[in-house]
Design a protein around this ligand. Structure first.
Ligand code: AHR
Length: 506
């Protein structure tokens, strides 16, 4: 039996709501069909946004949405996506299937989507094939209230008031699809671009995010930070609010992107291998974090994990360039485990955006025409939503077992604990074992007797269990009843292959 000791007087960092963020790229059927069907669609919509999808996402609580890419961002020219739709330029989406992008979803549509979702905005600017002027004018178009060429153009296009850009990404994967740059070159570009991303809204400055590393490229992190912090006068402070990190979990092979493995048909060995690879995230946070600590010991710059999740082979028969994949209990565990890690490292991790929101990679929602299903990952995000904005509590898991074997060994249980503004404690746990349930003796160090379970839910099932359009509720959030109050707290039994959320109040 494992023991989870929660020190409920040890209040640590705030868990930024943005850790539960999402990513939507002009890729496959994420934007078009998945989120946006256009005003004239037979599918119920509000200003072109699918009502069923928006409602489901609101229930899950989306704090922030990154757009328009990804690799697409560095070939996106925002002016092609404004003004009357019939006049908008058509382009080839060279990265993703070579399909025609008609630009019917552009800046106005993105902000309308975020308005409907009630979420913050994270716009990724084009550094790879754009110009400083193009980016600077986009910021002016989006955020300037007064009289100026770009603000006037926005008004002419039907939006009198400026929008709020919460986060601005300066390039995407600039070490690869965003321009194949070297770290020092990118850092110099970053310095220049961010200078001209003006803060027109004095009360709410834009948080600027520099392009960080791919996986364990520590050379990139060191090179970018060293160059950025070289010759930085005092007034340069605020020049970087975040540094990104991208890490995808490939189930089958570590570096051969042609054999990633099936989303639904995999062995137990591959199941554990997937979880173990995903657990590598903690090492990445620690090692990139240690480099950041050298330059930013006060942790003012957030580590922004703005692309993460499982990347498998596409569903058989679908366009390989569309990255459409199913989502199983394995995905639920990957999500639950990573979100627990992000919570525990919330002193440095200030945002994370799972890739991608709908119909692409590890999605929370899949659509087929007018049909929509929620994936196992959806339920994990919904169950964990109570951590958003809460305070991380100190917790120690003792007597934890090991699952998997050989190079795939990893801890059986992952957990994190937070307390919200009303004093409600949320405990989220994964049981990574395919073989055995796990009883966890949860002990609170202070005032344990006053706490009672006020809500408890879980998802569980076979490792490859998933929802389909024919059978949409194979995996869903259910009431969790396997707990009992003890003198020190509560004792819970986690089913094998499950993610559990337990909430305690006084
Ligand atoms: O999410 C799919 C792609 O993965 C993104 O466009 C890119 O940034 C990353 O390589």
């Amino acid at each position: 039996m494992a023991k989870l000791v929660i020190n409920n007087e040890n209040k640590k960092s705030t868990i930024a709501p943005e850790i539960y963020g999402h990513f939507s790229e002009h890729l496959g059927r994420c934007i078009y069909e998945g989120l946006y069907v256009g005003e004239n669609s037979d599918i119920p919509n509000v200003n072109g946004m699918r009502t069923d999808v928006v409602e489901a996402l609101k229930e899950m609580k989306v704090p922030v949405l990154r757009w328009p890419g990804g690799c697409f961002a560095d070939e996106y020219h925002w002016m092609d996506g404004i003004g009357p739709k019939e006049n908008r330029k058509k382009m080839i989406n060279t990265h993703w299937g070579g399909v025609v992008e008609d630009n019917s979803f552009g800046t106005h549509e993105y902000f309308e989507l975020c308005r409907q979702l009630g979420c913050k905005t994270y716009v990724n600017a084009n550094v790879g094939s754009g110009t400083v002027r193009e980016m600077s004018e986009w910021v002016e178009y989006m955020t300037f209230k007064g009289v100026s060429p770009m603000a006037d153009l926005r008004k002419k296009n039907g939006h009198e008031e400026p929008w709020v850009v919460d986060y601005l990404g300066v390039g995407n994967e600039s070490w690869g699809c965003g321009g194949n740059m070297r770290p020092q070159h990118y850092a110099d570009e970053y310095r220049r671009y961010q200078t001209f991303a003006r803060n027109y809204n004095g009360n709410k400055p834009i948080s600027k995010i520099a392009c960080g590393a791919n996986v364990d490229d520590y050379h990139w992190t060191e090179g970018v930070l060293e160059t950025c912090f070289d010759h930085t006068p005092e007034q340069f402070h605020g020049f970087m609010d975040g540094l990104s990190l991208h890490y995808y979990t490939l189930p089958e092979t570590e570096d051969d992107w042609n054999i990633k493995g099936s989303a639904t048909d995999f062995t137990e060995e591959v199941f554990y291998q997937t979880l173990k690879r995903s657990y590598f995230m903690e090492e990445l946070i620690n090692k990139h974090g240690a480099i950041m600590d050298k330059y930013d010991p006060d942790k003012k710059i957030g580590l922004i994990i703005d692309e993460w999740g499982i990347w498998t082979d596409v569903e058989p028969g679908t366009n390989p360039g569309f990255l459409y994949q199913q989502n199983t209990m394995r995905d639920a565990l990957v999500a639950g485990m990573n979100l627990n890690l992000f919570n525990k490292h919330s002193d440095r991790v200030k945002m994370a955006n799972i890739a991608q929101m709908v119909n692409v990679l590890q999605s929370v929602i899949l659509t087929d025409g007018e049909k929509m299903i929620k994936t196992p990952t959806y339920y994990v995000f919904k169950m964990y939503r109570h951590h958003q904005g809460a305070t991380l509590l100190g917790s120690d898991l003792l007597n934890n077992s090991i699952v998997g074997s050989g190079k795939n060994e990893l801890p059986k249980v992952f957990e994190s604990v937070s307390e919200d503004a009303n004093g409600v404690i949320t405990i989220t746990l994964t049981n990574n074992s395919l073989e055995a349930d796990e009883t966890v003796d949860i002990q609170l160090t202070h005032d344990a007797a006053s706490y009672n379970v006020c809500e408890a839910t879980y998802v569980a099932g076979a490792m490859a269990a998933h929802n389909t359009f024919e059978n949409p509720e194979v995996v869903k959030e259910q009431e969790f009843k396997d707990y009992a109050k003890t003198a020190e707290g509560i004792k819970v039994t986690l089913p094998k292959c499950s993610v559990v959320s337990i909430r305690l109040n006084k």
